[in-house]
Design a protein around this ligand. Structure first.
Ligand code: ZN
Length: 231
């Protein structure tokens, strides 16, 4: 599954501003985290931007069309005095575009409601990135930057993590992605290395932690020195 995640605005275009927040910063943070979570579930994640640069709307859509992604997800923060979450698909679309958006919307709206912000509903609009992309696409508006209650939540890492996770969960459910691949705990020693680790600990060469980490030059020096009786 290939997805283009579009962090709204950027560079000379800050997007909406309010309560000491800039839309372009929040959209980038959310986009990168959502992408990270989806990559961990095996998605091929592309971005229209990964830093604070300006990208034209048509270039965002063109990038998705050129990469032939399966889905285009545009990340925005609302303004204008409302409160809560809403999502958009292109005017008149139905079928897969509607079905995929519905799954994602349900997950993200639930995260907003759990934090006391309302679900403003599933909407349609004639937005450039939705109109010019060839694949199913949605644009999400994660709260209002100029509303104190919304902004207070958008300032917390916990809320950003909740809505990023909800979004990734929604995309994963919509496309049937597997659960995240959990890496082996860092303190698990490989079977073939266990006897050597136990010996190195008993000989006072190492404390036995972080068995799968790389070794630095200073750690090699210290291990050799301890083997030769150094303390
Ligand atoms: Zn925006």
């Amino acid at each position: 599954m290939k997805i283009m995640i579009d962090a709204g605005h950027g560079g000379k275009d800050p997007g909406a501003i309010g309560n000491g927040l800039r839309e372009k910063d929040l959209t980038l943070k959310l986009a990168l985290r959502i992408g990270q979570l989806l990559a961990a579930r095996g998605a091929d994640v592309r971005y229209t931007r990964t830093d604070d640069t300006f990208v034209e709307l048509s270039d965002r859509a063109r990038a998705a069309n050129t990469a032939k992604v399966d889905y285009f997800l545009s990340i925005h923060i609302n303004a204008g005095g409302g409160t809560g979450f809403e999502s958009f698909t292109y005017t008149g679309t139905s079928g897969a575009t509607a079905a995929l958006r519905n799954v994602i919307h349900r997950k993200v709206a639930a995260a907003f409601v759990a934090s006391g912000l309302p679900d403003r509903g599933r909407k349609q609009a004639n937005l450039a990135v939705l109109r010019e992309t060839n694949m199913p696409a949605a644009l999400l508006e994660y709260g209002f930057i100029d509303t104190a209650k919304d902004a207070a939540l958008l300032k917390t890492e916990a809320f950003l993590e909740q809505i990023a996770t909800a979004t990734a969960d929604g995309v994963a459910e919509a496309f049937g992605l597997p659960a995240a691949v959990v890496p082996a705990p860092v303190d698990t020693v490989s079977e073939w290395a266990r006897a050597a680790r136990d010996w190195a600990v008993s000989a006072g060469i190492t404390d036995g932690t972080r068995p799968r980490d790389g070794v630095t030059r200073e750690e090699v020096w210290t291990m050799l020195w301890r083997m030769n009786g150094g303390k």
